[in-house]
Design a binder for this molecule. Sequence first.
Ligand code: F6R
Length: 585
Amino acid sequence: MCGIVGYIGNAPEEHLLHGLEVLEYRGYDSAGIAVIHHGKMSIYKEIGRVANLKGKVIETEEFGAGIAHTRWATHGKVSLQNAHPQLSQNKDIAVVHNGIIENYNLLKEQLLKNGVKFDGDTDSEVIAKLFKDNLSIQTLKEVIDRLEGSYATLVVSKNENRIYFARNKLPLYLTKTSQSIILASDPMCFINQSKDYYDIGDGEYGYADLNSIKIYKNDQCVRKKKNKISFNIKTLANKEFNHYMLKEIYQSKDALINILENYKKKKIIKILNHIASIDTDKIYLIGCGTAYHAGLIGKTYLKKYLKKEVECVLASEFIYQNNIITNKTLCIFISQSGETADTILALKHSQKFGAKTVCITNVTYSSLATLADFTLPIYAGVERAVASTKAYFAQCIILYILARKMAGRRYLANIKKFLHEIDFSDDSLIQKLATMIYSKREIFFIGKSVDFITCEEASLKLKEISYINSQAFACGELKHGTLALIDNKKLIIVIATQSQLLNKVLSSASEIKSRGGQLVLFTPLSLTPQIKKIFKVIIPIKQAEEDFMPLQTILPLQKLAYFTAVKKGNDPDMPRNLAKSVTVE
Ligand code: F6R
């Protein structure tokens, strides 16, 4: 995680701050900048959001060079000392770093023995302190040769208007315009500045100034092709809504429209046909968090239509499970960002055993998309809020398309029908429920079959942004232990969308009611007055075709998490301790 940006040109402070704003989704524990004008280096650091730093930086129109960082703390608490840039011993060289230096303890011990003093507790500071008093391509190479772990790093010295860089496992991009050089963790920073960019590869390092760009790997000069900027930043502005999260929940419908438009194009159909023609005897779906939950929904589609062995695995567990992977295995990786370290590792692992790999992502230039054999874009548009909403919706739709396509069935007409059935539920009802739950310490969700998956996703969303401890349980599991938690202070949200399972779900609800628990129901089903009496609140959901009910149902539950977080005074877009892109294992 963490976002890094470098800039050489006029008004460096303004450009660096803009870059940090674009990269803030990667972490917002602290932010900092080092800027060089006329051989003098100024350092600015602040705890928390980029907005805090913005007020402190003295902006100039003058030419200069600088580097900047927005942090998601891994090693060392959130403090000014641990904020980047980190400085060399003589304070002439500044470093920003995204990643984890795994051998930092050993390196730190060696440096301490040599009398080097440390200001903070980060692994990143070791990189800065490894530079003695001079920065050159040789000293950069000497330093990175001693590092183990992952890094995208930028280094400047007060003696020159040049930025040195190195990358291992984490993204780093570079662009040159007629008057500037920009380096960043995400090429989104280049929009409106440049039309193309270089993707710095693993093991590559070099330097850039206004006269030249040099990129090396293993001491050899590397010639690189430029990538075109084919994405836009349209959805970054947020005028009509108080928060990106609410806007993005509503944008699920736009994602569906984009999918309908793009998944009839030849280019995508060709990819789908390729995947459908793969001879496979086992399918794995792999992702983290919400993307994993999309995988669970995808598993229900693939099993229903394909009738093949399908397993859905957490990416962070995948490589440790002795999974059977052969050249007849199809691994489908789901990731909004395409930069999730655990998912990338799982993909590389599966490729070692000859598996065919598909990636379902929102970011088609991401590391995951670059590594996978096939990429299926989800067309959700930029997702800014840390809690994933529209991407989940779109991932599930793509998995539906893939399952239908692999089974030789049509998909567009059903999705088109669903487009007209999407319903975001009545805000006032959900706000009332949020008022009921926001002061609770604990909430449980229960459901059966596919509704249990929706419970898991709803529960994750609620805890992530409201900080209320919430847990999801399969109805049938209650009596095997969980029922012990129920008393008259507990509130349980029941999800019941399948009429054939209603009686079983109601039995579980009654068992809870008998023990004093308060019940809330989300359902599209019509109920008798007797059944209605079991529940304190009933939130009606509009009926849609069975395959799309998990999507219809998650919309009001995402809104419930949102309104609860707002009611608690939390920022739903940037929940504490989290970041949008999880680029460390
Ligand atoms: C939860 C959430 C996370 C992500 C997870 C994977 O709201 O957003 O659980 O789903 O970190 O991220 P991606 O999809 O970028 O791989």
